[in-house]
Ligand binder design. Sequence first.
Ligand SMILES: C[S@@+](CC[C@H](N)C(=O)[O-])C[C@H]1O[C@@H](n2cnc3c(N)ncnc32)[C@H](O)[C@@H]1O
Length: 189
Amino acid sequence: MTQALAQWPTVADILAQVEGHLDEDEARLLYDQACGDVIEIGSFRGRSTCALAAGVKAHGGRVYAIDPHPDYVDGGGVGVFSHADAGHLLRNIVSMGLEDHVRIINLYSEQVAQVWRQPVDFVFVDGFHSEGAARHDVIQWGAHLKPGGRMAVHDRLMPQVARVIGEALADGWVEVAQVDNTVLMEKRA
Ligand SMILES: C[S@@+](CC[C@H](N)C(=O)[O-])C[C@H]1O[C@@H](n2cnc3c(N)ncnc32)[C@H](O)[C@@H]1O
């Protein structure tokens, strides 16, 4: 059954039904920040996707949800992932009536970043959690942000992700907020 999304906390209630890696305060951060052209790297089954899509539904814009859904076990202990997650993602987006606010891109973030041409307003990074992949996502997608655009990075407490965030903060990014395991940054330089 399609459920009509209203304002938070109705959205929070619905998000509680989607398996995922964000807590409610982090989902609320994404909902609040989502406006304009939004890139999501790492959708899994759609908890962050739906928080962002509910945000652009309320504020205007569109979410581009990038996830190739390969079969793998994340070595950092983040979880077990598979191609079956793509079906859950689609069903969750449609069951919440958010399909007009999301475009699913079933490719690796690095493939998409290479050919992306449109400046974006907000980026959420929660894809592959190796240091190299996280660094690539922050640098490559940071280059696609409009001046004053913001980026949220999940798993800030993982050492390799923390190192990448530290590098960004030493290189022109300013920390705006920390919400649980997520950092929100703005690129000033
Ligand atoms: C921790 S989960 C994302 C959790 C999700 N944001 C949520 O709210 O539940 C990580 C996801 O990143 C995806 N992923 C792995 N490597 C990727 C890459 N190179 N580009 C984009 N997504 C990737 C995986 O398929 C997996 O679904």
